[in-house]
Design a protein. Structure first.
Length: 643
């Protein structure tokens, strides 16, 4: 039976080619995604590790205890830097001051848009150099009007030593002279971000206070372990400060990159799953036709002693061979896709770090499991049908395909599943707040139900198309009769096409709907003609409001968003000029208006008011970003979902 199965594969090469292609494309998609994301993740991880090569221990503010700011927040001072330098086992220390620095190119466009736009300090050691940032050209910045740029940013923006560059540094706009271009192994820069370095005094003025640092970096003497040095440094730390090993820092940065790549991997694997789902119908249809053509052959095997299990196994062996060939071919193509995407991304201007091609074991296992598993699974039902054919009936051509009566069970189940899907979808959509889980489950059930009902729907739909088919004469008549004669086969072929068209249509409708929804939100909720914000933090300096005092401007309002805590939950407070917001915003109110804003009186959106049980006149306690506390009064309630 095994030799018979292999000969059947060779005897139907052309027909099985479509099955191989269907499986191969899906496997290539899966393995290519895994290879590509693993290659990029490995490159970022190695870049992160290289970026922390000279850092054995870092002293940071413990965010869990110290928070972001406030009068009682811990400080990393020059005194702490000096004490760290005197700890036994320390070879050298350096300190960094970090913040945001958005760099504009020569056309005024933001460099590194969508990535990290960082600013920091060039900490010159005893030799006048900062080991973290080797200079490629020029010298380090020394005065308040000088800056150094990373080489990738300089190349992208076309800057060289001696040029003047405009930067937005958490509000203020600066014009600095480029004195140096440096290289860095920072993973954020490798991912497409930018880095600007000032002298330490200037960076402290911009991002902290004189004599204070964001982070103190310690390098161990040769032979000293990171864990031992960390334990020694922890003895000199003030409350609210924490010591972290360089390995932990590298792992954290790599984990952040891995998380971002995980989202991409999930999205791409979703498309691969859809491709394989469509392929199941093609495979099942192919094996159904093969089994139908070999009915007499299977009956003869049964007559000479082959059991039902042997017949089933022979068909599954064919599927196993086809799946294995398709899986291996798909894996090879997937590796090629993963290898080609890396240089392709770089050629389009996307900055990704260099690294070797990585073929993870998961890609190999997934290719074999998916390729073989999907093919065998799709061929299982046709193999069972083949084994159930009575030998005498098949040899005498008395065995006919299943009639429409045999489809009653399938149609009944399909109707029930479709009704359940429709009910869940309507229930989720008609709620005050649409339930995404119900909508998603309902859509899936509705799709499965329609697929099951396709044999039932095929007859009336084909009958409706009969007038058009008559235009093709005898060919059209034969096509209509063949399609109606075997509704199962017609349904299997139509389902694959239906799923593809459903995905294309739904994605198009979703994209257009989201675009129009966003446009409606913008036009309904905002009456202002312009919105002024600073990149990348969107914090504008107080002087930006003065720019609005022009004869053509009738109303302006600064907008400030600050995190706070209300009854133990994190919320955002938004500060505006109430009277002016009536002209600038289309926000609708269920109670009150913007005129009531002022002092401790606030507007609350109806969702938040409902969750806390507030109404006009209610008061509540709030803890602000700097740790201070106060009480606010609800003066108005808006119909917006956020405020």
């Amino acid at each position: 039976m095994f030799r018979t199965a292999l000969r059947n594969v060779l005897a139907h090469k052309a027909r099985l080619l479509m099955t191989v292609l269907a499986v191969m494309l899906g496997v290539a998609f899966v393995s290519g995604t895994l290879v590509f994301t693993s290659t990029i993740s490995d490159a970022y991880r190695k870049s992160s590790e290289k970026g922390f090569t000279g850092v054995d221990v870092a002293i940071q503010i413990d965010r869990k205890e110290g928070g972001k700011a406030g009068p009682g927040a811990p400080k990393l001072t020059q005194g702490l830097l000096d004490r760290a330098a005197s700890v036994p086992g320390v070879a050298s220390v350096s300190a960094s001051v970090a913040g945001s620095a958005a760099i504009a190119d020569k056309h005024g466009e933001l460099v590194g848009h969508g990535f990290s736009t960082q600013g920091g300090n060039y900490y010159a050691g005893k030799d006048g150099k900062d080991a973290r940032y080797p200079l490629k050209d020029g010298r380090a910045p020394r005065t308040a009007d000088e800056v150094a740029l990373d080489s990738k940013t300089a190349d992208r923006a076309g800057y060289k030593v001696g040029d003047t560059v405009r930067l937005s540094v958490d509000g203020p706009v600066l014009e600095q002279k480029v004195t140096g271009v440096f290289t860095t192994d920072d993973g954020n820069v490798a991912a497409g971000g930018s880095l600007a370095l000032f002298d330490t005094a200037t960076a402290q003025k911009l991002y902290a206070k004189p004599g204070e640092y964001s982070e103190i970096l310690v390098k161990a003497q040769q032979g000293e372990s990171q864990s031992a040095l960390k334990a020694a440094i922890e003895k000199i730390l003030p409350p609210g400060a924490d010591a972290v090993t360089g390995k932990t820092l590298a792992d954290d940065q790599a984990a952040a990159v891995e998380e971002g790549m995980g989202n991409m991997r999930t999205a791409l694997l979703g498309f691969a799953a859809v491709a394989l789902f469509v392929g199941v119908f093609i495979i099942a249809n192919t094996f159904t036709m093969l089994v139908s053509q070999r009915t007499k052959e299977i009956a003869l095997l049964r007559a000479v002693g082959a059991s039902r299990r042997q017949v089933t196994r022979s068909v599954l062996v064919e599927a196993l061979v086809v799946g294995a060939v398709a899986a291996v071919a798909g894996l090879v193509i997937g590796i090629g896709i993963g290898a080609a995407l890396h240089p392709l991304m770089r050629s389009t201007g996307m900055l990704v770090p260099d690294g070797p091609l990585v073929v993870p074991p998961t890609a190999v296992f997934a290719a074999l499991f998916v390729g073989v598993g999907v093919t065998v699974l799709a061929a299982w039902l046709p193999s069972r049908r083949a084994a159930k054919v009575p030998p005498v009936a098949a040899m005498g051509s008395l065995h006919a395909p299943a009639s429409s009566r045999s489809l009653m069970l399938r149609n009944g189940i399909g109707s029930a599943v479709s009704a359940a899907g429709l009910l869940l979808s309507l229930t989720g959509a008609l709620r005050d707040e649409p339930a995404k889980a119900l909508l998603g489950l309902g859509a899936v059930l509705l799709l499965v139900g329609v697929i099951m009902l396709t044999p039932l729907l095929s007859r009336p739909l084909i009958a409706a198309a009969a007038p058009a088919l008559r235009l093709f004469g005898i060919s059209g008549k034969l096509a209509r009769q063949n399609a109606v004669r075997n509704p199962r086969r017609t349904a299997a072929t139509a389902s694959a096409l239906m799923i593809g068209l459903t995905l294309i249509t739904s994605m198009t409708v979703l994209a257009v709907g989201m675009q129009r929804g966003l446009e409606k939100m913008a036009t309904d909720g905002l009456r202002a003609d312009y919105v002024l914000s600073m990149a990348p933090t969107r914090r504008s300096p107080p002087s930006a409001r003065d720019r609005g005092r022009l004869p053509e401007v009738t109303a302006t309002s600064p907008v400030r968003i600050s995190p706070a805590r209300i009854d133990g939950t994190s919320r955002n407070l938004t500060g505006v000029v109430g009277p002016n917001m009536k002209k600038l915003s289309g926000l609708k109110f269920s109670e009150g208006s913007f005129d009531r804003i002022g002092g401790d009186k606030v507007v609350v959106d109806h969702k938040t008011a409902k969750s806390f049980g507030w109404q006009a006149g209610s008061t509540f306690g709030v803890t602000y970003e700097d740790g201070s506390k106060g009480r606010l009064t609800v003066a108005a309630s808006s119909r917006a979902t956020t405020c």
